[in-house]
Design a protein around this ligand. Structure first.
Ligand code: GDP
Ligand code: MN
Ligand code: MN
Length: 252
C-alpha cells in the first residue's frame, strides 16, 4: 500500500459563517476517495462556537469544582454545560460530552482562538459537520470524499497527546481483521483497527499544534470510503466499558 499526504496551504483565519467545504475546493484539487482531515478548531469557528467567558453564568457546582481544580469558574461552568456526565473533577475535568465522547474539559480550547477572554467549544454535532463538508464538496466537484474532523486529545495511561477523530462522513471507522488469518494461519479474533484515529494521528503531524495555520490535511491513495457511518461506532457502549465503570465506582 502507498499513500501521500499534504497540508492544504493558504487557509485564512476562519470566521463564523465561513464555508469549510467550499474553502477546501477553492484551495486544492481533490480526487475521488481522498480522505480530508479537518481540525475541529476551524469547524467550531465557522459554526460560531466561540464563547466569551463573561457570558457564562456560574452555578454553585461550578464554583465548588473550580475551588478543587483551580480552573476559572466560568471555564468550569462552560465544560459542565457541554457535558452530560462528569467522571473526574480534579486535577482536571474528565467528562462525557453531549455529543458522546469522553474527554478532558469537553474539548474546550483556549489556543488558536482570538481574544484572551474567548473560549472555543467543540462542534455541536461533529458527524453533522463532517457530512456538511462532504456534501458541499460533492455538490461542487461531483467527487465522493471521506471527511474526518479531529481534535488533539490526551490519552489515558500514556503521556503526550495525539489527533483523534471526533466526527466522520463517508469513511469506515474501523478496518475489521477479525476472521482473517495471520502469517501462520491463525485466525485473528480481536483486531478491529480504528483507522480514523490512525489517520487523525498522522494528519495531526502535518497540522501541528501552534501557529502553522494548517488545519486541513488530505490523505490520498487509500480507499476506505463508506457512505453511511458515525463516530458513535467507536464509542464503547457504557455497559462494556470496564474503565468507565471503575472510575464511577471510585468517584474521584
Ligand atoms: P485542534 O487540535 O482542532 O484543537 O486545533 P489546533 O489549535 O491544534 O490547530 C490545528 C492547526 O490549525 C494548527 O496548524 C493551527 O495553526 C491551525 N489553525 C487553527 N485555527 C486556524 C484558522 O482559523 N485558520 C488557519 N489557517 N489555521 C488555523
Ligand atoms: Mn482542540
Ligand atoms: Mn491540535
Amino acid at each position: 500500500m502507498k499513500a501521500t499526504a499534504f497540508a492544504v496551504e493558504n487557509i485564512p483565519l476562519i470566521k463564523p459563517g465561513n464555508d469549510i467545504g467550499r474553502l477546501i475546493v477553492e484551495k486544492t484539487e481533490l480526487e475521488e476517495h481522498d480522505i480530508i482531515v479537518v481540525s475541529s478548531t476551524i469547524v467550531s469557528k465557522s459554526d460560531n462556537r466561540i464563547l466569551p467567558l463573561d457570558n457564562v453564568k456560574v452555578t454553585p457546582k461550578a464554583k465548588a469544582i473550580s475551588k478543587k481544580n483551580g480552573n476559572d469558574p466560568r471555564f468550569v461552568q462552560a465544560v459542565l454545560n457541554e457535558s452530560s456526565e462528569v467522571f473526574i473533577e480534579s486535577p482536571f475535568l474528565l467528562v462525557l460530552t453531549k455529543s458522546g465522547s469522553i474527554c478532558v474539559n469537553a474539548g474546550i480550547d483556549h489556543s488558536n482562538v482570538q481574544g484572551s477572554e474567548n473560549i472555543l467549544l467543540l462542534p455541536e454535532d461533529p458527524d453533522r459537520s463532517a457530512k456538511k463538508i462532504k456534501e458541499t464538496i460533492f455538490e461542487l466537484t461531483g467527487k465522493k470524499v471521506s471527511v474526518i474532523i479531529t481534535d488533539t486529545n490526551g490519552r489515558a495511561f500514556r503521556m503526550g497527546q495525539t489527533g483523534a477523530a471526533i466526527g466522520i462522513a463517508g469513511i469506515m471507522p474501523t478496518r475489521d481483521w477479525r476472521g482473517t488469518k495471520d502469517l501462520f494461519g491463525r485466525v485473528l479474533e480481536v483486531k478491529n483497527e480504528a483507522i480514523i484515529d490512525e489517520f487523525a494521528g498522522f494528519a495531526n503531524i502535518l497540522m501541528g499544534e501552534g501557529n502553522g495555520g494548517t488545519p486541513i490535511v488530505i490523505i490520498r491513495g487509500l480507499n476506505f470510503y463508506r457512505e453511511s457511518c458515525s463516530i458513535k461506532e467507536l464509542y464503547r457502549p457504557e455497559t462494556e466499558d470496564m474503565i468507565r465503570r471503575a472510575l464511577i465506582s471510585r468517584s474521584v
